[in-house]
Write a protein that binds this ligand. Structure first.
Ligand SMILES: Cc1ncc(COP(=O)(O)O)c(C=O)c1O
Length: 385
């Protein structure tokens, strides 16, 4: 019976996302109005208004698939498969390819769908652990070969939610070599691709690097258009995409027509949107790093290499003061309306919390957090040891 466990992070957001005043943990970058988006492309307003609201093509509007395909070398428009967000693409892909007893290597911790959907489909998930080495988050490719033996799929997310980690181009090539040796599917969730920070090199998309590679993309993160609910799979493996199509007939069937028109504008202006988000993320990171340097008794900081998320740890003194990141988050949101996301929601170290630095009011939120820490309420009461 396919019954995934509740999505811990979504349940947490369901409680707080639309009531908290300052979201310091969102993964999506600052959004924009429909008007602002349409202004990027002359004539697009008329395309939207004259659209007939019938069903659309299951794999996505041809013009949208062409525009997305132009961003990759290899798959072409036939290798692009549009979905209702990255989330639907994940469900359709896993359901179409995995069954009882399959072995699936999953880089861990992770966005819950990446491990929970394979598990709920009966696969055995084998965690490949992110860890900190030399002051940055790493995945050791030497650990992959034994884990991947006989695997049906390897699941990665680069840049990574929640750590902001990535791998070097040579380690990426080593990962692809392991997948090729095993002949397994290599899914790379690339929803934060394009948000490489501070000169971090951009990796090739896995659909370019590997014939059984599947790239997952979406407009939610660096394009700031989560409400479009438009994501896509890109792959050169046509059989795999055919299997996904057969499953999608039982899911959304096709994407929202108006969203596809807007997504086409976004696809044609992807670099403008992405560069804007990256500049904002880098400015916000500077603000947080200033805060972290002033408050070593509050936070231990490991900088992200990419994406709009980081995964800092509460320092020992802060753990003594607040308990863990879950207790801190509950207290902070109730006293100030500032939202942080507890690391325990990733089944990870409860002293960590997720920071999301893609929003325009992030620096103001950090200033408010700093004020709260310095004022009476943030200072106490200490929890019992
Ligand atoms: C790594 C990762 N994959 C997939 C998704 C799902 O994206 P969407 O909500 O746009 O469907 C998210 C959203 O946070 C994510 O962080």
């Amino acid at each position: 019976m396919f019954r995934p466990r509740p999505f811990a992070l979504e349940r947490f957001f369901a409680k707080h996302e639309f009531s908290a005043r300052r979201l310091l943990c969102s993964s999506d970058c600052e959004s924009m109005s429909v008007r602002e988006l349409l202004a990027l492309e002359p004539g697009s307003e008329e395309s939207l208004l004259s659209l007939r609201l019938g069903y659309t093509e299951t794999r996505g509007a041809p013009a949208l698939r062409e525009a997305l395909a132009s961003r990759y070398e290899g798959p072409g428009a036939d290798g692009i498969f549009v979905h209702a967000g990255a989330e639907e693409a994940l469900l359709n892909l896993f359901a179409a390819t995995l069954s009882d007893g399959d072995r699936v290597v999953v880089a861990t911790p992770c966005y819950q769908s990446l491990s929970e959907l394979p598990r709920a489909l009966g696969a055995t998930t084998l965690p490949w652990h992110w860890r900190i080495e030399g002051g940055r988050w790493i995945l050791d490719p030497d650990e992959l070969a034994p884990l991947a033996r006989g695997a049906r799929m390897i699941v990665l997310n680069l840049p990574h939610n929640p750590t902001g980690g990535t791998v070097s181009p040579s380690d990426f090539a080593a990962i692809v070599a392991v997948a090729r040796k095993e002949g397994c599917i290599l899914l790379v969730d690339e929803v934060y691709r394009g948000l490489e920070l501070r000169e971090t090199p951009r990796l090739p998309a896995v659909c370019e690097a590997y014939e059984r590679g599947v790239s997952l993309g979406v407009f939610s993160k660096n394009a700031g258009l989560a409400g479009l609910r438009i994501g896509w799979l890109a792959s050169r493996d046509r059989e795999l995409l055919d299997a996904v199509a057969a499953f999608k007939d039982y899911n959304s069937i096709c994407s929202s027509g108006p969203s596809e028109v807007l997504a086409l504008v976004a696809a044609r202006n992807y670099d403008i949107l992405g560069n804007r988000a990256r500049a904002l993320c880098e400015r916000n990171l500077d603000a947080f790093e200033g805060f972290a340097a002033r408050h070593p008794d509050f936070v231990e900081w490991t900088p992200p290499a990419g994406g709009s998320i980081a995964f800092p740890r509460l320092a020992a003194a802060a753990l003594g003061r607040f308990g863990d990141a879950g207790a801190l988050a509950e207290r902070l949101v109730s006293e100030t309306g500032i939202l942080l996301l507890p690391g325990a929601l990733y089944e990870a170290d409860a002293a960590r919390f997720r920071l999301g630095f893609g929003r325009a009011d992030f620096a103001e939120g950090v200033a408010e957090l700093e004020e709260w820490l310095g004022a009476g309420s943030g200072k106490g009461p200490a929890v019992a040891p």
